[in-house]
Design a protein around this ligand. Structure first.
Ligand code: 5AD
Ligand code: SF4
Length: 448
């Protein structure tokens, strides 16, 4: 009899990749993927600790899972990911019914860990960070039926130590994955029908550093871009300090690399940037953006910004608002500062009151909404290439996909045309309507 596993993923794309690895490792050991926690014999929460809110969600979900565990029945419950590593004791204290707590480096041993769970009485813990280079990168070959797009890890960990960020503590030191393994994985995914690949790392621009004989990141991009059959290539995340002209030039020279660049700014005030240990100024950032727009004007730029970092004054916040006008990001992710225990910023007084953080966040988001909408206006009446990922959320009779610049497009087939299965196809779409956060258009020509 098969055991069924359900994985719930919180947080970043790195976690999504890790969840796919967990499913792969468990399927190889005889598990089947379940559709929900209720149907599963093993439920894994793959957690995120980047902000307090993400962490709290794990505890409330554990509270709900407890109901499934009555009378000694119900699924085994495992907590994985960043919270697992950072707070194993607290998890077991708050949720003593948890059977297993494991960190990202224990994924290859999941079947063995589950055997220990089945044979022992106590919860099993596997949360250590092994020494640099000790755990190999697992190769991901698992592809869901008709999967269009996939993530590929190129490195793990982070050596940057931005003072607000927990990642270097929970993910450990930076290690790059051998480029041969990256290329083999991309080729394998493409062979299974994947058309779009996103390369993942906390700071991809330091790829290859400290690994003799490995290419740097721009050269890795050249090689992945040349994998036969791949249609679209993306990557996240870049740190502005390490963002070189050589990297930005790839947006002009590489055919598959999409016109979308995520370059987190975090704050507009140089004083705040210095306290964040970001190692660039607002002027440095603007200089990079100017260069990018000169050589590759069609690239859409997105960013991350934090409001309410310790000591952020109204004047500092005005610098952040000013950067919105000067850079004109096409899209933005913005957050209230959330102190993370163990980071250097957690030693600073969290002195911006909650209501001030909230007001700044709303002001920032309201202005960016207008700017994002203006950016979308540029699509009116244009014909753009869309990779179809599924059906539209609003209307099941319409398809949904993304432009190369990562904008969501809902599309209708031209009237009178027979219904075709467009999933996983590249189609040209003439944009007829602009919504707040997406585009709507009609397919023209034939799908590829
Ligand atoms: N508080 C608020 N936002 C944070 N981020 C990272 N750490 C924190 C924190 N402690 C944001 C940064 C980062 C994004 C992934 O999350 O903007 O780029
Ligand atoms: Fe965190 Fe900074 Fe590393 Fe990004 S670069 S993961 S924000 S420490």
């Amino acid at each position: 009899v098969y055991r069924r596993v359900y994985v719930r993923t919180y947080g970043c794309q790195m976690n999504e990749y890790d969840s796919a690895l967990m499913l792969q490792v468990l399927e190889e050991a005889g598990y089947l993927a379940a559709e929900s926690a209720e149907e599963a014999d093993l439920v894994i929460l793959n957690t995120c600790s980047v902000r307090q809110k993400a962490e709290e969600k794990v505890y409330s979900d554990l509270g709900r899972l407890k109901a499934l565990k009555r009378n000694g029945a119900g699924p085994r419950i495992a907590v994985a990911g960043c919270v697992a590593r950072h707070r194993a004791e607290q998890i077991l204290a708050a949720a003593p019914f948890v059977d297993l707590v494991f960190g990202p480096d224990a994924i290859p041993n999941l079947p063995q860990l589950m055997e220990r769970v089945e044979t022992g009485a106590d919860p099993v813990l596997a949360t250590g960070i092994p020494d640099r280079d000790q755990t190999p990168f697992l190769a991901l070959s698992r592809v869901a039926p008709r999967q269009v797009s996939a993530f590929v890890t190129v490195m793990r960990g982070c050596d940057r130590f931005c003072t607000y960020c927990i990642v270097p503590y929970v993910r450990g030191r930076e290690v790059s994955r051998p480029s041969d393994a990256v290329l083999a994985e991309v080729a394998g995914l493409v062979g299974r029908g994947v058309r779009e690949v996103t390369l993942l790392g906390q700071n991809v621009n330091s790829y290859g550093r400290g690994h003799a004989g490995e290419p740097d990141f721009p050269t890795l991009l050249d090689r992945v871009d040349a994998v036969p059959g791949l249609d679209r290539l993306r990557f996240v995340t870049s740190h502005p300090h390490d963002c070189t002209p050589a990297l930005m030039e790839r947006f002009a020279s590489l055919e598959r690399l999409c016109e979308y660049f995520h370059l987190p700014l975090q704050a507009g005030s140089d004083a705040v940037l210095a306290r964040m240990n970001r190692r660039y100024t607002a002027a440095d950032y603007l200089e990079k953006v100017d260069y990018l727009r000169r050589i590759a004007p069609r690239v859409h730029l997105s960013s991350d910004l934090i409001v309410g970092f310790p000591g952020e004054t109204e004047e500092d916040f005005a610098r952040t608002m000013e950067m919105l006008e000067r850079v004109r990001f096409d899209s933005l992710f913005s957050f209230k500062y959330s102190p993370r225990e163990g980071t250097r910023a957690a030693d600073l007084p969290d002195d911006v009151p909650e209501e001030v953080k909230l007001r700044r966040l709303h002001e920032l988001q309201a202005r960016q909404d207008e700017l994002s909408f203006q950016s979308l206006q540029g699509f009116q009446d244009r014909t753009v290439e869309v990779l179809v990922e599924g059906t539209s959320k609003r209307d099941q009779h319409e398809w949904m996909g993304r432009t190369r610049s990562n904008v969501v497009v809902n599309l209708a087939e031209p009237q009178g045309s027979p219904a075709v299965d467009l999933l996983g196809r590249l189609v040209d779409v003439r944009i007829e309507r602009i919504h707040r956060h997406s585009l709507h258009g009609v397919m023209v020509g034939s799908p590829r």
